[in-house]
Structures are given as structure tokens and as C-alpha cells.
Design a protein. Structure first.
Length: 73
């Protein structure tokens, strides 16, 4: 887990009463499920996050969504 995002993961873990590793694993599991959705609209969305065609990591998703949120202010 990249140091930059470990604070976010730790905050979620503390709030949920689980370890950061559990949070990270669950985030990756959710990403994997979403990324494998074959709906064209869903794939279009994922292509914005991972245009290289590789399943993104939680760090990548946090990074892209943070930038999107910042730009939409």
C-alpha cells in the first residue's frame, strides 16, 4: 500500500473496527467485481480510471476519484 494513501485506509479501518489490510483487501475485491462488469456504460466509466486496461488498485481508484472530486468543486 502506498504511503500516500495509507492514512485514508487507516481511517476507514479505525472507523470500521478492522485492520487496514482487511480494508485494502475489501476495496480490491469491490474494484475487481466492478471492473469485471461487462455493461458498456460501466466499462466506459472504468476506462476513465484505468485506460491501460489493467484492473486498478485501490490507490489508483482513490487517486483518480480524488482528482475528479477536486476538479468538480
Amino acid at each position: 500500500m502506498k504511503r500516500k494513501y495509507s492514512r485514508v485506509i487507516k481511517e476507514i479501518a479505525n472507523r470500521e473496527g478492522v485492520s487496514p489490510d482487511v480494508v485494502y483487501a475489501e476495496m480490491q475485491r469491490a474494484i475487481n467485481l466492478g471492473y469485471s462488469n461487462q455493461d458498456p456504460a460501466v466499462q466506459m466509466y472504468w476506462n476513465e480510471i484505468a485506460p491501460d486496461g489493467k484492473t486498478p488498485t485501490p490507490e489508483k481508484v482513490i487517486e483518480v476519484l480524488s482528482k475528479k472530486a477536486k476538479n468538480n468543486k
